[in-house]
Structures are given as structure tokens and as C-alpha cells.
Design a protein around this ligand. Structure first.
Ligand SMILES: [Zn+2]
Length: 438
């Protein structure tokens, strides 16, 4: 189904804010609008390439009671995203070309944004036998990851990096030493002591980061460090950068927004892995972002049911949803306080993840795909989990007043989301339909 040609008028360019008019036809940005194109008044909103989330859990196959590819990508579109990379810790684990193809075909029929699946590093994510990296790449996997758990054996990681290199795939690493983590449920600090909760030291993450930096050097393989949360990890990433190694890193909005104090009195919505850290780690996250050490932002969108999150703290699953609050948490806590310009912040949600994952570039120029977001960086709104498009309501930000909101999202030239508050939506007509553009 082809979308109507569209002209977006009265927008501002995300680089520099210059007035911008842009035409879309047949899924791409074009020089001139064809006759009869729908005209949308952006009302001075900022126009940017669609956001990309390199780390989401869409939960299918197997856990459709938490999230589906349809609902997760609908949430992505509402958050201003036009592409997501989804993790293979599904049931069954996405460790074969057939399951990669299954995810891609589900996304094509039910998805609201582009979906780039990752394949597992090891069969069943058991950390032993390697998956067929080359076949996974040919089926469409953009990267390999055993996310959700670490690759405990350094020898397995070494061989995985060697094979992944031949398949030209990077390995996305969930860094956690299981012996240091033990049965820990939150960050090791005053709050854990006060609540009597078994704790996880920050070193459980950073020692594995250091190991994998060294293995990147040994193998020449590409390591991407997922959801970095603590000072030691950034020190190791800085060291890797100095040594010229192919190591990149991401961090998530909750790590620059919250500390372990958010657990309060056993609030399972503040339970995630890696855990929320102490104040000095939060400062290190912000410093690493300012310094340019962080290559990409990511949400680690991890939907769970409220029934699961209502369990006692030590039995509740780790993880929070993130797709529909990511942009606002970035603007409210990094741009408004002056840590980053809006342009730089958007780079870390667009060009950054595209470069890390090897996805094609999107520029606001003729010939590039019309994967776009119109956003209002000044709009204030209140987080209401009941209004999420995600099936997950597990967020620690319920009731928070945030600044910055996506108004409309286009993927492959098709309107995939229009905010109720966006006056220009009326001219576009109709509600967004699923079906990822080719
Ligand atoms: Zn993880």
C-alpha cells in the first residue's frame, strides 16, 4: 500500500534550526513535491531523522503476554523511532536463521517501524556452543548477542568474536560477572543495606567490560558494550578508545536520570539489570556522554506484566519499558541542564546507533529514505503509563513531568504515529496502519 505524497512545511532543521520544507514521495525524500501532495504544517516543530533504538526486547517469539512485535514497534513509533534492533532472548531463543526470518516476517506484517533482529551468540544462550554466525547474518541478523545474560567463558567469547568477525557482525555484550553478582537484586550501596536486599557491586559489570576490551584486542573482533551504568566501565571504554580498538558503548536514560535510591521501599519499577547505581556512577554516565565517549543511546526497553512486577522484590523480573519516554528523558535531563545540545542529543539517537549497527544513513536530503520524526523540544507532558502503546506499564517515571515530545513519525514515507496534540495530524488523515515499508 503506497502512502500519499506529503510536503512538510514550517519545520526547523534539527541541525541549526533553519526553516525547512521537505517533500516525501514513494517512501523517500524528494526535491520537489508532486502535484496533489498532502501539505502538513509542522508549526515550527523540529524535523530530524527517525530515532533508532539499538537495544529493545520485543518479546516475540514466546512472551507475547509481555509485548508483541506489533505493540512494541507501535510504542517505538510513538516514541519517535523508525528502527529498532531487537534482542534474541526470546522463547525459543532467536539462535537460528529460521527464527531471524520469522521475526522479520512478523515485523513486515505487524510492525510499525523497521526491525533489525539480533541473533544469539550461543545456542539457547547457554554460553557453550556457538550459533552459525554467517547463516544468521545472511538471514538478516545485524549483530549477535546473548543479552539478558553474560558470556561467562572467556574462551567462548574469544571464539565468538573470531567467528563474528568473519561474518562481519559485532557482538553486543551484556557485561556481568555471575560470581560477583551472586543472587544480587540491586546495586550494592546504602539503599540495599537499608532494605536488606542482596546486592550487586558495580565491579560485576566493569571487570567483564575490561575482559572483553582485551578480547577485542586479541581477536580483532567488534565489541559493543550494552547498557553501561558505572564509572569503571567508562574507564575501560576510554582505555579501549586510546588503544584504537573496535569497541563501542551505549547507555540508557534511566542511568543518567535515577540512582539506586529510586528503589525507595522495594519499588520493583526501579529494578533493572544492570541496576541503578549510586550518585557518583550517575555522574560518570553524564560525564561520559558529555565527553563523547558514549557512541549511542539505547532504551533497553524490557516490558513485563504488572503481575510479574507485583511480586516481592527479589522475585520480580529485572527491566523497565523505555521507548515512549526516551526522547523526553534525554531532553529533560541532558539538554535542558546544558550537558548536550539538542542536535548532539539527537545524534546519539540517530547517527550514533546507525553507525554502531551498520544501518544505512538517513539525511534530510533528496534521495534518502523518509524515516523522520517531527518533535517539539519544549512541550511539557506527564508520563501516564496507561497511555503507553507498549503492553508494558513497568516504568519508574509514572507521573513525572517531562519536556520534549514526538509529534509525528514517518517511516518509509508512511505516517506511523501522530500525537493527539499535533495540529498538523488532521491533514494527514487516517490512523497509522501496521506493515513495515520495504
Ligand atoms: Zn542486558
Amino acid at each position: 500500500m503506497s502512502a500519499p505524497a506529503v510536503v512538510i512545511r514550517n519545520a526547523r532543521h534539527w541541525r541549526g534550526g533553519a526553516p525547512l520544507e521537505l517533500a516525501i514521495e514513494d517512501g523517500a525524500i524528494v526535491e520537489r513535491a508532486p502535484r496533489g501532495a498532502v501539505v502538513v504544517d509542522a508549526g515550527g516543530a523540529v524535523l530530524a531523522p527517525g530515532l533508532v533504538d539499538p537495544h529493545v526486547h520485543l518479546r516475540e517469539p514466546g512472551h507475547a503476554f509481555k509485548e508483541t512485535i506489533a505493540s512494541g514497534t507501535r510504542a517505538a513509533a510513538a516514541g519517535g523511532f523508525t528502527a529498532v534492533c531487537c534482542m534474541p532472548n526470546t522463547d525459543p531463543v532467536t539462535d537460528s536463521p529460521a527464527w531471524i526470518e520469522w521475526v522479520l516476517s512478523r515485523a513486515r506484517e505487524a510492525g510499525h517501524c523497521r526491525v533489525h533482529p539480533m541473533g544469539a551468540v550461543t545456542m539457547g544462550q547457554r554460553g557453550e556452543q556457538l550459533t552459525p554466525a554467517l547463516a544468521l547474518a545472511r538471514a538478516g541478523a545485524v549483530a549477535l548477542s546473548d543479552d539478558g545474560r553474560p558470556i561467562v567463558s572467556a574462551a567462548v567469547m574469544r571464539h565468538a568474536l573470531e567467528y563474528a568477525r568473519h561474518a562481519r557482525l559485532l557482538i553486543v555484550c551484556h557485561e556481568e560477572d555471575p560470581t560477583l553478582r551472586g543472587d544480587g537484586q540491586m546495586h550494592e550501596g546504602f539503599t540495599a543495606t537499608r532494605l536488606g536486599i542482596p546486592a550487586i557491586p558495580a565491579a560485576a559489570e566493569s571487570v567483564m567490560v575490561r575482559r572483553d576490551v582485551d578480547l577485542a584486542e586479541l581477536t580483532g573482533g567488534r565489541v559493543h558494550l550494552a547498557h553501561l551504568s558505572c564509572r569503571g566501565s567508562f574507564d575501560a571504554l576510554r582505555d579501549a578508545r586510546r588503544r584504537g580498538l573496535a569497541v563501542t558503548g551505549e547507555t540508557c536514560p534511566h542511568y543518567w536520570t535515577l540512582t539506586d535510591e529510586a528503589v525507595g521501599d522495594y519499588d520493583t519499577h526501579a529494578k533493572m539489570n544492570p541496576p541503578l547505581r549510586g550518585a557518583s556512577d550517575r555522574e560518570a554516565v553524564i560525564a561520559a556522554v558529555r565527553e563523547g565517549l558514549v557512541d549511542s543511546f539505547a532504551t533497553d526497553h524490557a516490558p513485563h506484566t504488572l503481575e510479574e512486577k507485583r511480586r516481592p522484590f527479589d522475585q520480580a523480573p529485572f527491566g523497565i519499558v523505555g521507548l515512549e519516554t526516551a526522547l523526553a528523558l534525554t531532553i529533560t535531563f541532558l539538554v535542558k541542564p546544558g550537558h548536550l545540545t539538542l542536535t548532539r542529543a539527537l545524534e546519539l539517537w540517530t547517527e550514533g546507533p546507525r553507525r554502531v549497527m551498520g544501518l544505512p544513513e538517513v539525511r534530510l536530503e533528496p534521495g534518502f529514505p523518509a524515516d523522520l520524526v517531527l518533535l517539539d523540544p519544549e512541550r511539557e507532558w506527564t508520563v501516564e503509563p496507561e497511555a503507553f502503546h507498549s503492553m508494558g506499564r513497568n516504568t519508574p517515571f509514572a507521573g513525572w513531568r517531562l519536556v520534549g515530545r514526538p509529534l509525528a513519525t514517518f517511516c518509509g514515507g508512511r505516517l506511523t504515529h501522530a500525537d493527539d496534540a499535533f495540529a498538523g495530524a488532521a491533514s494527514l488523515g487516517g490512523s497509522p496502519l501496521p506493515g513495515v515499508p520495504a
